[in-house]
Design a binder for this molecule. Sequence first.
Ligand code: VG1
Ligand code: CO
Length: 544
Amino acid sequence: MTIRTVTTTPFDDQKPGTSGLRKAVPTFQKPHYLENFIQSIFDSLDGCEGQTLVVGGDGRYYNRQAIQVILKMAAANNIGRILVGCGGIFSTPAASAVIRKYNAFGGIILSASHNPGGPNGDFGVKYNVSNGGPAPEKVTNAIYECTKTINEYKILDAADINLDRPGSFKLGTMDVEVIDSVTPYVELMQQLFDFDKIKSMVSSDNFRMCMDSLHAVTGPYARALFEQYLGAKEGTVQNGTPLEDFGGGHPDPNLVYAHDLVDIMFGDNAPDFGAASDGDGDRNMILGKNFFVTPSDSLAVLTANATLVPGYEGGIAGVARSMPTSAAADRVAAKLGIDCYETPTGWKFFGNLLDAGKATLCGEESFGTGSNHIREKDGLWAVLFWLNILAVKGESVEKIVRDHWQEYGRNFYSRHDYEEVESGPANELMNRLRSMVGDMKGKTYGNYEVAYSDDFAYTDPVDGSVSEKQGIRIGFTDGSRIVFRLSGTGTKGATLRVYLESYEPDGSKHDVDTQEALSSLIELAEEIAQIKKFTGRDKPTVIT
Ligand code: VG1
Ligand code: CO
């Protein structure tokens, strides 16, 4: 087998975003496009020769082809060993778990997460470091620098590896081990949760649940966990066979895209518990009978009840949330006397806090929750956490959340997305806000008085690195808040996200509809940012 050195020229659009490099499939299929990015990863890594890497993806269209290319390029770049998931499959949390379990040097995860898949859908490549988490900005910047000057890549001339069953192979001098995609993950979950207790609830006649894998990667994981180990009825996991195009759907677990599940959970004779996860399995949505748990509330409830779960019974060190996530968790942290951290959007910012033992639980408003068990957010972990709490408390999801609000007050919360708007005007909107926030403090808008406003900047408390321009925050004296930022995961035009939050301590006012409770803030967001003028839209495309 010979190593081929191929001459190439740089592409100018290979800057990793919030979560790796995401592009339309046809972009990745351009000659050398994938190869340039993979070679740039290898070129930017110090000391990866002879090391172990983990490779797998969410099974979307182009996963298999990309993995074969990556294996051959890894062999040509003197990687020692690759652990690849059977069928080329790893959910993002499973990949993180495997990197940690085998003390690997890092991993390459192929996914565009919740973005649609298929020949005209999206594809993505993400590099994770040895702690199992997304590469920090220092690493992604180094990769990006390499993509700008690359002029050749190396690839082994070899036949494709059979990924469809576990086994060991050689590619040149490199070892390839095809390993079971599900087992290491299930074993980790068994260490954290009380499977016996969950099983006695889930398998009883008094409890019904529904898990929607949205035709994406968690199907086999969810079937193993819920139907095999926890004794839930067969069929508990719906849309559980991963498809390359996710059945034409949008594998995003929210009230808009997980509509099958929403219909069931808000229909007649709804089950007690419902959950969904996204394309690569790191997001989760939690529903009770006729009841939706916002991700921000979910983080707060898990934090408040963590000691009911074996993996966290000793208490938690701290909690971290992304900046746009509601402050519900902050209130729990204050009561528990633990630290609460506010980070920029994206899981990579939690890594240092978890490694340093400063935070145990983390969460984002975008349906992401996780803990120090791995270094990615973890959809099925969150589902098991909720089930474990339900099994211990013997109460409904709704009661647990309503009681939580009674104790801590309710943070009404909603995100309004304006998807695929024109990039130019969207940037103008943000620049205009940026120029305004400097002197907004003390200004009044109707009943609202600005308490603080800024373009969020974060100094990592562990390594001191600074990340700027992470979103415009405008906080008001009554505890309500509006945040504006542009998405870093989209592949077409720009997506404006407007995050709205208000705080209601009065328990008699917790029943108001969320959009109604936030209506004056929604109007104010329009007044301040002139969304209509800049985007040409008079309403958001997705409200969560
Ligand atoms: C979005 C979410 C963010 C999340 C990221 C990756 O990013 O808002 O909270 O971490 O997706 O999630 P953005 O930049 O589009 O707002 V996933 O499940 O796509 O790995
Ligand atoms: Co995801």
